[in-house]
Ligand binder design. Sequence first.
Ligand code: FES
Length: 166
Amino acid sequence: MSSRRDFMGMALGGFAALGGIAALYAAKRTWDPLPSVSAAGFTTIDLSAAKENELAVEKWRGKPIFILKKSSSMPKSDRDIEVGGNRYLVAIGLCTHLGCVPAYLPSDYMFKCACHGGEFDAAGINTFGPPPSPLVIPPFKINGNSIVLGEEGPEYKKMKDAGLTA
Ligand code: FES
């Protein structure tokens, strides 16, 4: 009897370990897909490898940063950032309600926050539920095909003056 229990324990442990590895692999793929360099509070991210309608999540000053390359069928927004002829959403990936990390639903072009059901469109604008404001756009500067987070470039200043960054 006890050996059967041991076997069941081992089998379950094995499944749990496999699940953990799969989850880590999925997280790694989702969390670090674009080449980036961080130094002294600035993070430079090369957007050349970004894929349309596929969310990339980078890190800047300990915060998740959403980068979403828009496809031509995705609605245009004043919050779009143009780099190398393509449109992007770049935003801090923390729900403006209580700070959870929303998930991106590519088929619906929207973000959904699992904590209290808040929703944001692909421009990061709050469209439903408790979030009081859009996802925050971090200070950025465009440099060729890269975006530098942490520096206020002219495009960011323009958006900030127009009240579009938060
Ligand atoms: S933290 Fe996102 S809806 Fe509450």
